[in-house]
Design a protein around this ligand. Sequence first.
Ligand SMILES: Cc1cc2nc3c(=O)[nH]c(=O)nc-3n(C[C@H](O)[C@H](O)[C@H](O)COP(=O)(O)OP(=O)(O)OC[C@H]3O[C@@H](n4cnc5c(N)ncnc54)[C@H](O)[C@@H]3O)c2cc1C
Length: 637
Amino acid sequence: MSDHRNDANPGAADVEHLACDVLVIGAGGAGLRAAVEARLAGKSVIVISKSLFGKAHTVMAEGGAAAAMGNVNANDNWQVHFRDTMRGGKFLNNYRMAEIHAQEAPDRIWELETYGALFDRTADGRISQRNFGGHEYPRLAHVGDRTGLELIRTLQQKLVSLQQDDEEAGEPAAKLQVIDETTITELFVEQGAVKGAFGYRRGTGAFMAISAPAIVLATGGIGRSFKVTSNSWEYTGDGHALALRAGASLINMEFIQFHPTGMVWPPSVRGILVTESVRGDGGVLKNAEGKRFMFDYIPEVFKAQYADNPEEADRWYTDPDANRRPPELLPRDEVARAINSEVKAGRGSEHGGVYLDIASRRSAEYITERLPSMYHQFKELADVDITAEPMEVGPTCHYIMGGVEVDAETAASKVTGLYAAGEVSGGMHGSNRLGGNSLSDLLVFGKRAGEFAAEHAAVTEPPKLGDDEIAAAQADALRPFANDGENPYALQAAMQEVNGRLVGIIRRAGELEEALTELAALKPRIDNVTAAGGRAYNPGWHLALDLRNMYLCSVATAMAALERDESRGGHTREDAPGMDPQWRRVNLVASLDGGELALARQDVPSMTPELLGLFETSELSKYMTPEEYRSTEAEDA
Ligand SMILES: Cc1cc2nc3c(=O)[nH]c(=O)nc-3n(C[C@H](O)[C@H](O)[C@H](O)COP(=O)(O)OP(=O)(O)OC[C@H]3O[C@@H](n4cnc5c(N)ncnc54)[C@H](O)[C@@H]3O)c2cc1C
């Protein structure tokens, strides 16, 4: 290895140059599905991944992928899935995305089996589907509680098969390269269109510039901006920030999902996810007094669908058509708030959570067969045998509903040639995502992003990157070595502390203002963050570069959370409880204006009469203004 890689001041020659038709940033489900589609369209593709290939969040997904295949309950269909998704998102969803998602998810799941996936089966040999919060029927296609592993394994296998098809290039992977352990730090843009990206190899610190007329962002979420999170180290909002800096917009960044059940003990594992499948398969939540408390927290809008007594709730598992669902399976925002309230009222568990009990309700064989990863996770990390004793759980930052504003049909952002799919995109889930809807979202819109990125590349001249812009990106990446400020870990901890204390599950206007002031005070410190040592294997330097992305996302979230003075889905304002129908018509759109974040209000597009007709007027009236749902009645008539 040449010694330049430890040099904090290399010259412009120290940059590896690559080119392709479609550059995919991120190798989770969305990125890999996009890459498959773009390659199938005949385009050359490069996939970049910050972590090891195969180690994206998608691989961690446990519960399953939601798709209305109707295998377990024949009453299920795309219209019911669409309704559930809109209800879960409290009707703020981009309705067209929710419609496309519900319609196309079954095909994307079946297609995966043609790529080699094998989902668990029903007794009659069809793909099995399990219950999950907010889904009216069993809908999650799954492989035990390791569904994401099967998804990633299959997509990787498909990529490898596509790498074998290019004899003319001489090198099998020439037209479908995967470059892992590489972080993209900047996008190159000219006259409103993307033309490439800049990054560095994490192992060596070597720089890379890739020219491409079409780029798909598939970088996942922002969880690492919070201390207690189910997200792993690489989720620092890079794609969100890259999009902003390139001129794209982010919508609804105030909506962050705190999953109700993360581990709370021991401290070293706090935040690690406890899958919702535990509740889907019969687990119930109890407080320190042994009370099954969720019956006390069923909101008015959900009373028709959720049982108000344990007998009916338990009967639902064997006879879902004649009984209402257990309240433990309310959408995640409701359950997380309920747990928060129990703990606050002094009825929490020993370590500040509540109890999740499946041991007293299902046999040990059932638990170890249905939830093998959970069994091992608790045994190894907490020395708890979940077949014999309850788990201690509490809310953990899990998913961001906000993200890059995209066109529903094409996944295109506002910047020409820039597409976004998966968790980095916004709109699909409205104010709250239903469990299982992310894996299906990333398959449906990953495919679309790949398809339309390939289409754009086909009609666009290969771009050229200028030496000056590459040198500027390189100088930005090297700045932490020349700075004389603070350690990046201390700054990340400070930012996490502000977000956790002031922008968490329950928010108040005064605290959000305080958060914005405290974040602003962090800005010059982040600009002056210092990296010590050389460029090879230097996680401190990597974090120093990630910090500015976390900062932009944190400010966008706090600004939007302050502006939206109502409570909806993953945004709860103690000083503005309840949903306001006027706010249901508003998306908050963040963009950069002269380097500063600016927020604008934008109308939520109205649903078509056909889609509105899928709901009872009595339900629409809980979310919409009278003019909105009455105009529907008039159109229907
Ligand atoms: C523990 C856990 C369990 C979950 N269970 C479920 C479930 O059962 N069902 C469900 O629907 N959802 C589930 N989710 C959510 C779901 O897994 C994620 O939302 C989804 O996988 C995101 O997929 P993605 O393709 O958008 O991004 P990811 O899978 O998160 O992949 C992002 C990729 O981008 C790369 N990347 C990031 N930044 C950069 C950069 N700057 N440069 C280059 N590469 C970059 C990363 O390295 C990674 O390869 C779960 C999430 C977690 C954390």
